[in-house]
Design a protein around this ligand. Sequence first.
Ligand SMILES: Nc1ncnc2c1ncn2[C@@H]1O[C@H](COP(=O)(O)OP(=O)(O)O)[C@@H](O)[C@H]1O
Ligand SMILES: [Mg+2]
Length: 505
Amino acid sequence: MDNDNLIEMRGITKTFPGIVALDDVSIDLKKGEILSLVGENGAGKTTLMKILSGDYSHGSYGGEIIMEGVPLRISSPGYAEKAGIAMIYQQIHVELDLSVAENIFLGILPQRMGFVNWKKNRLAAREVLDRLKVNTDPDDIMRNLNTSMQQLVCIARALVRNPKVLILDEPSSALTEGETRNLLDILNKLRESGISCIYISHKLKEVFETSDRVVVMRDARYVRTYYKGNIDSKMVVEDMIGHRIDSMYPPMEGREISQEVLRIENFKVQHPGSAAKNIIEDVSFTLHKGEVLGLAGLVGSGRSELLRAIFGAMPHRSGKIFIEGKEHYIPNTRTAIRKGIGFLTEDRKKDGFVDAMNIEENMTLSILKDIARAFFIDKMVEDKKVRHYFDMLKIKAPSVKTQIINLSGGNQQKVVLAKSLLTNMKILFLDEPTVGIDVGAKAEIYKIIKKLAESGLSIVMVSSEYPELLAMCDRFVIIANGYVAGELSKSDASETAILHMASGL
Ligand SMILES: Nc1ncnc2c1ncn2[C@@H]1O[C@H](COP(=O)(O)OP(=O)(O)O)[C@@H](O)[C@H]1O
Ligand SMILES: [Mg+2]
């Protein structure tokens, strides 16, 4: 046995009904190292960590866990915590109405003679917050903190329990670049003080910069370990997806783009944060059949709000919508869907699918709701279609009857896309369609977007990833300060050109 090992997980196997989530996976964690766990959605990363953190108790999986040379039977999250294993989940768990200090010491409040010693409590909180360079008061109410701060408070909560290992499951998806960097600085400091860290992230660039080792998982299996100084990003990605990526983006040239399908005239949209202001002052644009139009702008420029307002998901102050030359009034999303507009947002859980349904039901949701009432649906034909798209989109699940909640993010996004393929949609709005999705699933989603455009669907796309936007769109409308700052054709567009316009120069 290697004496540097803090934790060894040996031959871990875990199954869910119909799915092998982990197949004989072995990893080890050294004392004072940052180990990154990477892999496509559904590779088994979270499940492996939930075993370590006691969410799945000893006995519900095969294999063994050894910590500092001693076999551990982790029976609960409380047991793991006592053993020095702390996990920060992707979904932040906090008590929104309690103070920062209360959140940090929840369950282990420092007491003196049976009473909670608030002074000591606050001081201790201040200390750990300072250590994390969190600029918030221990008395602040959690609700008033932004996501990044809340995440750091979760880390503070873990740290006051003196963990030997800190597990972070995709902590960076909700954080800005600056916040992510701050978090990584913190992990580096923790490493110096001897705390080991297991870090799960899709942000490969940062992973490569920070990790001592990178472990790749694919399809429930361990694939390979890369060591600091020898991390070849191309190889890691290939290991993740299991086959060579010829190209991330499909060629979009040679498609037919024809007549105008959608025209937006003089849209004005109220600022979501302040009734006195407008986020969109005056924006007009057109969209053609089979076209992919990129709506570009800085974060906060109102791209999403503009699309939401057109879609009837939020009100607009003024402006006109013409579909195929005729003016339409769209007061709500039901009307928008009836008129052939679809909207796929980054918030899949909120807007995209219904938790309690399976894949098939989700795919046919829009059809059932909006068409079935009026028309007779041939169930056999529909079954065939659902199965066709299930296969075509390579949705990773045992069957179309699998509950959607059990799928990975990328596969959920595919189901939502299949929904648009199954309806007679004419116009599709895509708002950050690949956020939080791994490389392999991204490439597949780009192929689907291409297929949709080829079939004559007209698409408006918002994305903060410039390479994605530049590769997928035929034309760009750039929004700055509430107005159209300019328009670029594919051949004239570049990241610099768009940024120049977007920053209002
Ligand atoms: N509670 C569950 N019930 C059924 N299947 C699950 C459950 N949790 C995860 N899975 C499945 O196990 C596999 C691994 O999932 P997960 O560990 O979440 O992967 P990752 O974190 O790498 O994206 C996936 O196929 C996923 O759909
Ligand atoms: Mg996960």
